[in-house]
Ligand binder design. Structure first.
Ligand code: FES
Ligand SMILES: [Fe+2]
Length: 399
């Protein structure tokens, strides 16, 4: 099946319909359904092949309450597993690093091979009739896309490459398959439902007012698209008018140093990708940043930023990367504040949502995706407490 056949470009001629009702942003029971239907069943970016180049190297990754790890086996293959011991559920690995030939659970010492099979059990005679072949680590789906590693914990369906379709050529143009991590990962806790943060990521309507610095640096171009797979992308053109803010102006002056590595077509641009429900990828000439929403609860979301780039930056490119972080940090802080204000507003008694503009069309498409996967989310009013999952089940059955 070709990419084009899998997903179609969404129609921008249609009028945006209503957004999700306010109750869906503060309901713990709906949060559980979303976690299951979206976070466990859609591809999650967990790292890059260059994060674990040697046999035994591993990385772990939080998706929410679930944690997974990827490890490079003795056959050089990468495999992904749920990070849970088959004995009594201890997490087997922490952080990232290198396993010394095997994976040993820190609780009672069960030993697994790097391919996940159970190799040895201390005091094995205490487990009557145990068959080690039945107790290997749970492997999960893993896919490489231009060097990036994606996992899917549940369900089947289109590959990552099929989700991105033709837009994958951007990753080719930047050469991200060779990238390495180039700055420290940062995390923040935002006081909002994860959908508030994702809605915000999806629309550019707020940029002119909400992000004065970003507005000084870029202009929204009309190159972009939204696919029915939940992938959206858009290009921003860097402005040539010098900013009156020093760091921004320095960035403008230095950006030419990173342009030689990339094709003409993407020079002087910032390109932004989204993959619903929680992955943003920002492609700059000097850097790639990954913006991920980790859902913690119905009103708390962790934001994780990870940075990748060419492994041999020139001193100018390194400086440009530092400037990039300096100009983007306030933009991120502005989004954190804006999202917290929206979360507070959504919880106002009797609030009814206003209309979405054409510039917020991606939000509408995202909300339609949720309504389709979790039909109870389409209701204007919340079901009674304790009834959300049952009502959803009933609606799914009658679909
Ligand atoms: S929980 Fe891992 S060995 Fe017991
Ligand atoms: Fe923003």
């Amino acid at each position: 099946m070709t990419n084009e056949a899998m997903f179609y470009e969404l129609n921008w001629d249609e009028k945006p319909g209503a957004p999700l009702a306010p109750w869906t942003y503060s309901n713990p029971e709906l949060f559980e359904l979303e976690y299951e239907a979206l976070f466990l069943r859609r591809w999650q970016l967990v790292g890059h092949v260059n994060d674990l180049p040697q046999v035994g190297d591993f990385i772990t990754h939080d998706i929410g309450r679930d944690n997974i790890f990827v490890v490079r086996g003795k056959d050089e293959q990468l495999r992904a597993f749920k990070n849970v011991c088959r004995h009594r559920a201890s997490r087997v690995l922490e952080g990232s690093g290198t396993c010394n030939g095997v994976i040993r659970c820190p609780y009672h010492g069960w030993i697994y091979q790097l391919d996940g099979s159970l190799m040895a059990i201390p005091k094995n005679e205490n487990f009557e009739g145990i068959d080690k072949a039945d107790h290997g680590l749970h492997e999960i789906q893993l896919e490489q896309f231009h060097g990036f590693l994606f996992v899917r914990l549940k369900g089947k369906g289109a590959s990552v490459a099929e989700h991105f379709g033709d837009t994958g050529r951007y990753f080719e143009m930047y050469g991200v398959a060779d990238y390495v991590q180039c700055m420290e990962t940062t995390t923040q806790i935002w006081n909002c439902n994860w959908k508030v943060a994702w809605d915000n990521y999806l629309e550019n309507y707020h940029i002119a007012i909400g992000h004065p610095g970003l507005s000084r640096l870029v202009r929204i171009s009309d190159v972009g698209a939204t696919l029915s797979s939940g992938v959206s992308f858009g290009e921003f053109d860097l402005r040539s008018k010098p900013s009156n803010v020093a760091a921004e102006r320095e960035y403008q002056e230095m950006v030419e140093h990173a342009q030689a590595r990339i094709p003409e077509e993407i020079r002087n641009k910032w390109v932004q990708f989204g993959l619903a429900p929680n992955l943003g990828i920002d492609l700059y000439p000097e850097l790639l940043d990954i913006f991920q929403l980790i859902p913690l609860s119905h009103d708390k979301t962790m934001i994780r930023a990870t940075y990748y780039g060419h492994q041999d930056p020139t001193p100018e490119e390194e400086e440009l990367r530092r400037l990039n972080i300096r100009v983007n940090a306030p933009i991120n802080d502005e989004d954190q504040q804006l999202c917290a204000r929206v979360q507070q507003g959504l919880q106002t008694h009797g609030y009814t949502p206003g209309p979405l503009s054409y510039m917020e069309m991606d939000i509408y498409h995202f909300h339609e995706m949720i309504r389709e996967l979790i039909p109870v989310a389409a209701l204007k009013k919340s079901p009674l407490r304790g009834q959300v999952a049952a009502k959803n089940f009933e609606l799914l059955a009658s679909h």
